[in-house]
Design a protein around this ligand. Sequence first.
Ligand SMILES: CC(C)(COP(=O)(O)OP(=O)(O)OC[C@H]1O[C@@H](n2cnc3c(N)ncnc32)[C@H](O)[C@@H]1OP(=O)(O)O)[C@@H](O)C(=O)NCCC(=O)NCCS
Length: 187
Amino acid sequence: MKEILIAGGRLRLRRANLDDLNYIMTLQYAPENLKFIVPFDEDYHREIFTCADKTDIIVEEIDTGQAVGYFMLRELDSPCAEFTHVIIDKKGVGYGREALKLLMKWTFEVKKFHRIWIDCKDYNYVALRLYESLGFVREGVLREIIFTDGVWENLIVLGILDREYYLHRWTTANGIQWSVGSDEWSV
Ligand SMILES: CC(C)(COP(=O)(O)OP(=O)(O)OC[C@H]1O[C@@H](n2cnc3c(N)ncnc32)[C@H](O)[C@@H]1OP(=O)(O)O)[C@@H](O)C(=O)NCCC(=O)NCCS
């Protein structure tokens, strides 16, 4: 039986199970995703299905039941969870934004986490812009932390606190725009 975590307009999030393993591995190793993530092997994902501190989550279309992406979350046994993998298979139709909003709603409003953080390659402009537009703040740079195909790469660490999430949700619901990358509020 499917464990639905949260549902929105077009999408729902459900906890992944062993039947989703091939889908998760395929998404990780698809070239358009692999260049932006660090993949985990099958054994690691199998272990996730038995752990309380990590979870894989499938993003599904409500109308079709089709999987359109997946998230991996870690550090769920602490007040500060990590969004370790964010991958949307059906790109460019707004699913990334919608699914992340659902995931943030679930983590902050249902599970009551204090803080969510994420790291992102410094040239992944689409993801960085998306995270910042959802209220994540750049907290620092891990310089030359991963070695990919002979190149040392930097990771940007982004985080959002529970009170920032609620403030961001309230301001966007009330038509107040947050200027990304500055401390200015504009209406
Ligand atoms: C990053 C990712 C999750 C975004 O999901 P998505 O469903 O494609 O994104 P959306 O359709 O919701 O679009 C989100 C925003 O990015 C913009 N965008 C999406 N694709 C874009 C592209 N190729 N070029 C420029 N902007 C783009 C959209 O216009 C939208 O901006 P807006 O809401 O201000 O109009 C997805 O592209 C992905 O899985 N990428 C590969 C893996 C990855 O990079 N994961 C993140 C690792 S930290």
